[in-house]
Design a protein around this ligand. Structure first.
Ligand code: PLP
Length: 390
């Protein structure tokens, strides 16, 4: 028998509620799943060919810990050009998906007793990683401000927590789960406040290329000395399973992140790094056709939900609609998600899974086929009809 002396923080963490629910409802025959943030496009052919060529050329050895120099340089150029940044290869770490970049950042930054400001609702990755560093998340519910962290609320939170060793703030725009992309002026207003603070900004910009009707503004442009930018190929190039991301940070911090990265993963898979070189050098336009299709799907889902009485948060980024369940449904967001799954065979995620402010909402991923979305809208309409008849 094992002695019960395992990591108590880890023990206290639950499996991600998203994945748990996704697995649970995956057992329902014929279910339409709009649960995970998973592009339903194939990885562009030129990237797949680069991976195949790399394998054939025996690119199967260790690379430098920070990643192939050619990839670091190509990635810095790619994001510099797209988002007006000013990074070099030395500011660039090649990570195992965006997830590892977030993890390495927190390992480099946080000490026991530190706090991190986390606006909610938010993707449930950051809180467990903060807690694993023996640090404390300070949750800031943004629902009263239409899910945008306003400069006023940020200032209030900073002032309230002067004694709490606030080391960093997490920003995720475009946002999972709300689909909100911040405007340039919203980002500038936050940057102006953060510039006055001794604070790191962990800016998860994995959806930066998925914006509709506006261009993404990076915190790495506005506050380069204080920001770690997280990005990667999962969403922009439909490469979730390849596990390839990037972290961009000032050089001193990068040296610390590199150590965390080395002892966690050593490096991402070598032939995947070669495929990523191809994506960074020749895949600048790969995302554009996907964005067009996502935008059409976004419009479709938004219109249908609004007709059914849902209020929809401004969905101008990522591939999520965050919709407020009409008052005629009396249960909470998990009950809604369960009824929708079991009675109508449509799976969405309950807003409560994303922390304070998410209750009464559902998150719908429209990274799915037109057919699936039509079926989902019909299922939601039926559930609402039943609700009104009760
Ligand atoms: N960050 C956000 C905001 C996400 O929504 C996701 C995935 O859904 C990730 C990070 C994880 O990205 P990756 O698959 O590249 O690790």
């Amino acid at each position: 028998m094992f002695r019960d002396d395992t990591n108590q923080i880890l023990k206290g963490l639950k499996q991600s509620p998203l994945r748990q629910f996704d697995q649970e409802v995956g057992q329902i025959p014929g279910i339409v799943k709009l649960t995970l943030g998973e592009p339903n496009f194939s990885t562009p052919a030129h990237i797949k060919m680069a991976a195949i060529s790399a394998i054939a050329a025996n690119e199967s050895h260790y690379t430098p810990i920070a990643g192939l120099p050619e990839l670091r340089e190509a990635a810095a150029n790619y994001y510099n050009q797209k988002f007006n940044l000013n990074y070099t290869a030395e500011n660039t770490l090649v990570t195992v998906g965006a997830t590892e970049g977030v993890s390495a950042s927190f390992q480099a930054l946080l000490q026991p007793g530190d706090s991190v400001i986390v606006p909610t609702p938010i993707y449930p990755l950051y809180l467990p990683l903060i807690k694993l560093q023996h640090a404390t998340p300070i949750l800031v519910d943004t629902s009263a401000d239409d899910f945008v962290l306003t400069p006023e609320r940020l200032q209030t939170v900073l002032d309230q927590h002067r004694q709490d060793h606030v080391k960093a703030i997490v920003l995720n725009a475009p946002s999972n789960p709300t689909g909100i992309a911040y405007t340039r002026s919203e980002m500038q207003a936050l940057a102006a406040i953060l510039k006055q603070e001794q604070l790191w900004v962990l800016s998860d910009e994995i959806y930066a290329e998925l914006t509709y009707g506006q261009k993404h503004t990076s915190m790495g442009e506005l506050l380069p000395e204080q920001t770690i930018v997280i990005n990667g190929l999962s969403k922009s190039h439909a490469m979730t399973g390849w596990r390839l991301g990037f972290a961009f940070a000032p050089k001193d911090l990068m040296a610390e992140m590199l150590k965390a990265h080395q002892y966690m993963v050593t490096m991402p898979t070598t032939f995947v790094q070669y495929a990523a070189i191809e994506a960074m050098k020749h895949g600048q336009n790969d995302c554009a056709p996907m964005v067009k299709i996502y935008q059409r799907r976004r419009d479709y889902v938004r219109e249908h939900l609004q007709q059914l009485g849902f209020e929809v948060a401004r969905p101008n980024g990522a591939f999520y609609v965050f919709a407020k369940i009409p008052a005629s449904f009396k249960g909470d967001s998990w009950e809604f998600a369960r009824q929708l799954a079991y009675d109508q065979k449509v799976a969405v995620i309950a807003g409560a899974a994303f922390g304070p402010g998410g209750e009464r909402y559902i998150r719908i991923s429209y990274a799915a086929s037109d057919e699936a979305l039509a079926q989902a809208c019909r299922g939601i309409a039926k559930l609402m009809q039943h609700t009104q008849q009760q």
